[in-house]
Write a protein that binds this ligand. Structure first.
Ligand SMILES: NC(=O)c1ccc[n+]([C@@H]2O[C@H](COP(=O)([O-])OP(=O)(O)OC[C@H]3O[C@@H](n4cnc5c(N)ncnc54)[C@H](OP(=O)(O)O)[C@@H]3O)[C@@H](O)[C@H]2O)c1
Length: 253
């Protein structure tokens, strides 16, 4: 259960090696925290993070999680709850970006990216929501993206998966209204992380730590949505309404 300052005792990070996810978790750690679970494809790869986050009062464990193994998601959540108790904050930070030019010639790769980013999120998100509803408290933080706000031709496979995810998270948040559980949607722009390594930065590029700050501030204020950086909210209010013929010519990368 979170204390009066919104400091959680238990945190589950789905995508346990995500740069953004780890930045959010790092900023949620307080003297109140006692258990952190990093759920990742390869738990051994999270060893350094287990060591960094762990301390006298905090137990950190890494468990196996594959976004595409839908049949395992309910059991994963049940196992984590059996280990640490009620989930105060669950951060959903897994995902793949990929290159649109590769997807153009590879329908299987395109479908796999959507399966991870969208279908996997729906599957594990439903399992998390069932647990939070039953607890009567808890927050699910969903890493959406501005890429889903208005999908661009240069990354429409990724963007469409994020548009789907964002819609799912909005609907889930509304469905949980009155249960005590809540959803926070985080919409970052370009973030310097492993996902974007080597890519040309987009305008208003930010860092995992800044996204972490925005997410934690959003959690503490009880927000439903945060943008990172905040100015992107206004940029996308405009971009959403730009007529198609003009939008298609904008140099948005
Ligand atoms: N970076 C950006 O510019 C940006 C902008 C907006 C939104 N986002 C979103 O923010 C989230 C975190 O991104 P990030 O920048 O932190 O990227 P990241 O460091 O590359 O993290 C991505 C994470 O997803 C995990 N993952 C990939 N496929 C998976 C699967 N099938 N099952 C389970 N986990 C899987 C990766 O695990 P492995 O270590 O096993 O590969 C990794 O932990 C993503 O949802 C991303 O779409 C990122």
């Amino acid at each position: 259960m979170q204390n009066a300052f919104g400091e959680p005792q238990t945190i589950l990070l789905l995508g346990g090696t995500s740069d953004i996810g780890l930045a959010i978790v790092g900023q949620l750690v307080s003297p109140t925290c006692r258990s952190i679970v990093l759920a990742c494809r390869n738990p051994d790869a999270a060893k350094a993070h287990v060591d960094t986050l762990g301390s006298d009062g905090i137990t950190v464990t890494a468990v196996a999680f594959d976004a595409e193994a839908y049949g395992t998601h309910a059991e994963l959540i049940a196992d984590v709850v059996a280990k640490v108790g009620d989930l105060d904050v669950v951060v959903m930070a897994f995902g793949v970006l990929g290159e649109q030019s590769d997807y153009d010639n590879d329908p299987v790769a395109a479908a796999k990216a959507v399966s991870i980013n969208y279908t996997g999120s729906v599957s594990v998100g439903i399992a998390v929501a069932a647990q939070l509803r039953q607890q009567g408290h808890g927050r699910l933080v969903v890493l959406s993206s501005v890429a889903g706000e208005r999908v661009r031709k240069t990354n429409f496979v990724y963007g469409s998966s994020k548009a789907g995810l964002d819609g799912f998270a909005q609907g889930l948040g509304d469905a949980l209204e009155g249960t005590g559980a809540k959803v926070l949607i985080v919409r970052p722009g370009f973030v310097h992380s492993a996902m974007t390594h080597g890519m040309k930065a987009a305008p208003f590029a930010t860092t995992p730590d800044k996204v972490g700050e925005a997410a934690v501030a959003g959690l503490r204020r009880g927000r439903r949505t945060v943008w990172a950086p905040g100015i992107l909210r206004y940029v996308f209010i405009l971009l959403r309404h730009v007529p198609g013929p003009i939008f298609r010519r904008l140099p948005l990368g």
